[in-house]
Design a protein around this ligand. Structure first.
Ligand code: GLV
Length: 307
């Protein structure tokens, strides 16, 4: 079987040895090339629009990540199955990052680097976790794990998602009209939503100003969820305490982007949770075997739903 590695900005070489080991019979090609155009399987992160439509033998598009928003954004995406990666380790890593980011606000660590630079000794009032409600947007595998981890750490957790979920010990809300309820008392808002047309820009003025004064925002999903002008306005007005931002519409975030230096904002380099190359390739190899024998594919994306 011929496989093509496709990404707008390249950089998928880190998968090559793993793919050669897991799929010994496969021919591996890099986009852009005529040989890649002939491939039956596209292994992608962010394929330029039209690339997949120009592959006459294409039978499967496989994301190398949990998200498929960059793939589904192509209006010419051909009608072939799209699969994504599901990885329990990824949820665990996200749990660690979101727990740390919650503590960043809860324990008042956010002004510490600034105070330390000025030699300023200032302690933040210590509050128990039970007094710091956290709202998790998105209750898929990852959001659920994060919500449970924070619940187990003693935080009152509210969850919000498109469709109803039931998580013991977490107050779950569903649907657009319930969003203000989920936000109403949240001291920390964590966004783990998939990026779809419905969720693009969801962290805009209406959502962020529905948080109580002094809340902190944690963004680990996609940069396109955030209306950054609304964030900056609410940070500067003092309504929001700060933001931990791990994802951006353009990555890497350019060195001269003002967000790096916006007071109250901590930029981290899309490091919250990344699937390991071996885990990615094991799942892709299994789907190649399934494709060969016509068996149902693992982690197939519902294209209408967008994830
Ligand atoms: C990371 O952002 C992923 O979608 O796996």
């Amino acid at each position: 079987m011929r496989l093509a590695l496709i990404n707008r900005t390249g950089g998928l070489e880190f998968l090559e040895d793993h793919i050669r080991a897991a799929c010994p019979g496969a021919r591996l090609e890099y986009w852009p090339s005529e040989a890649a155009r002939e491939a039956e399987v596209a292994i992608c992160w962010d394929p330029p629009d039209g690339t997949l439509a120009d592959m006459p033998n294409l039978r499967l598009v496989h994301s190398i990540g949990a998200g498929v928003d960059r793939i589904l954004a192509d209006p010419t995406l051909p009608d072939v199955p799209v699969c994504r990666i599901r990885d329990d380790d990824l949820a665990v890593a996200m749990g660690e990052y979101c727990h740390w980011a919650t503590l960043w606000f809860h324990r008042g660590l956010d002004p510490v680097p600034r105070n330390a630079a000025a030699g300023h000794w200032h302690r933040f009032e210590q509050r128990p976790a039970s007094q710091v409600p956290v709202c998790v947007l998105g209750l898929g595998d990852t959001g659920r794990h994060v919500a449970c981890r924070l619940r187990d750490a003693g935080y009152p957790v509210r969850g919000w998602s498109r469709s109803p979920h039931d998580i013991p010990g977490v107050v779950c809300h569903a649907g657009p009209e319930a969003l203000p309820l989920a936000l109403a008392d949240a001291q920390v808002l964590i966004c783990l939503l998939p990026l779809t047309p419905d969720t693009t820009g969801i962290l805009g003025h209406a959502t962020l100003s529905a948080l109580p004064p002094g809340a902190g925002v944690v963004l680990c999903s996609r940069g396109e969820h955030l209306d950054r002008a609304a964030l900056v306005t609410l940070l500067r007005s003092g309504h929001l305490r700060g933001a931990v931002l791990d994802v951006f519409p353009q990555e890497p975030l350019p060195a001269d982007d003002p967000l790096w230096r916006e007071p109250g904002v901590l930029v981290t380099p899309h490091m919250s949770a990344l699937a390991k190359p071996r885990r990615i390739v094991v799942q892709i190899a299994e789907n190649l075997r399934r494709l060969d024998r016509g068996a149902p594919l693992l982690n197939r994306v519902d294209r209408a739903r967008g994830y």
